[in-house]
Design a protein around this ligand. Sequence first.
Ligand code: AMP
Length: 594
Amino acid sequence: MTTFKALGLQQSLLDAVNDLGFETPSEVQEKAIPILLEAETDLVALAQTGTGKTAAFGFPLIQKIDRESRTTQGLILSPTRELCLQITNELQLYSKYEKHINVVAIYGGASITEQARQIKRGAQIVVATPGRMKDMIGRGLVDISKIDYCILDEADEMLNMGFFEDIKDILSNTPNEKSTWLFSATMPKEVSIIAKKFMHSPKEITVGAKNSGATTVQHEYYTVGGRDRSPALKRLADTNPDIFSVVFCRTKRDTQKVAEKLIEDGYNAGALHGDLSQNQRDLVMSAFRKKQIQMLVATDVAARGIDVDDITHVINYQLPDEIETYTHRSGRTGRAGKSGISMVIITRSEQRKIKSIEKIIKQEFVAKSLPTGMEICEIQLYHLANKIKDTKINPEVDSFLPAINDVLQGLDRDELIKKIVSVEFTRFYNYYNKTKDLNSIGASNDHEGGSYDSSASGAVRYFINVGEKDGYDWMSLKDFIRDTAGLGKEDIFKVDVKDSFSFFNSESGVSDQILATFKDLKIDGRFVNVEVSKNPGGAGGRKRGGPGGPKSRGKRKEKNKDFDRPRSRKRDRGNSSAPNSGKRRSKKRKGDFF
Ligand code: AMP
């Protein structure tokens, strides 16, 4: 296994690596660091966000800076203020044992005078957004005529945002003999133009497949009527009670409208777009990071630079105008070694766009059907039962118990359980009871097929009482079921992992084998039970201990058990007819990177 030391990093950086808890270099670091340390060269690196690319250019840059000189030697251009601050922050952490290195961030929306003052004090490394950089060059507030290194980070995003001319201008103010390191997730024409015009025989490295999205992301699409996008979005949220997502819209107006509608209907949602002030945007982002917002509705431009690793779903409320932008959107999930799902709501006429995107991402979409109202009720019921099971008892309740007992006397256990779950369930039931099937008739299902309706396809849908909390994602759960039951590669499909339970499908031919394997199966002292998911009907059809709740005898060691689990802010649901989705538990991001 390669170590950071073997890559050629000096001791002060190795000490910082140690403090940061990075154990091994990521792929992009392993490939880029030795090249950049060894010689003065230009470099084109194709790498997604979340692959550790900041350190891939940050470590060599810091190592190469002349500490004795206060002249600006390194310029990093990045698309957004958020990213600019993140890079600056990371570089400051990397150089914490290098007392004489000064990194300054310059970006729009903050005092230009203060930034100029910081530069004047001597900044060997400047991290900038193109707009503010150009402004400061124009006013003579920064001198980049003697830089040795220029880094273009997320070059494709900068160009997508319309910074082509600004970048050309900025680069023409830099010396010819510098080294340029360009990092980009994709290689559209404009990036190639910049590379050709401003770089000299760059070395090339690629992390993962060229122009492809992260492979940890499953891509799904749902075909609905043009007017059903909004209820379809709600169904996607209700099917995933622990969702933590970015919902992409095409325009600022739609973004605002979709967010308002979600909030009105009781979801923890927020809007992020260019018509908001910087302060408003900061507030929304801070709430999102704290997971007080579960659904962040955003435009492409506003969402750039969002560096949140735990996003479970990206929802394309509408497809982007430029299909290349899809890669940036879906890249917001499946980061830092986690898996994620990118969902697209389309109308029938947009189905051909899916084919074009498949070519770009080099991955197939799964055509899925939106669950029926009753299926959502079933999912919500399991979710609720699990939530009750996992709720820590508040000792303060004890003193009220005699009085509560008085009120509830005469109710037996079953009745009590039915009443408790009905509090939430009835809300969903009332809303979904009379709703129609939203799936557009004639929608093509020519991929794996995604219907939740097991009876229609001849497949069997199952419930299993393990989920994300047990450390599974859809890929690892699929492997687990397949290996445990001794099945083939294609036998298990449509795996939907929820927080503490999941659903999956198999062809009916292997159903007995699956049920027999999981009958009384105990793993780590816990019964893992699989049952055929009966639908519709929710509570009535199941023969488990509680109404709809999986019977859990024993307990498996829970991952992340000790971590803080902040609760989402409760919103006043007013007279809203639509149910609110559940709340997500916070997952600590650590350890299993890449
Ligand atoms: P980036 O792609 O630079 O945005 O990095 C994504 C995240 O991975 C950041 O939070 C880094 O701190 C973290 N990271 C970078 N390199 C490593 C590494 N070798 N091991 C663990 N975490 C890392």
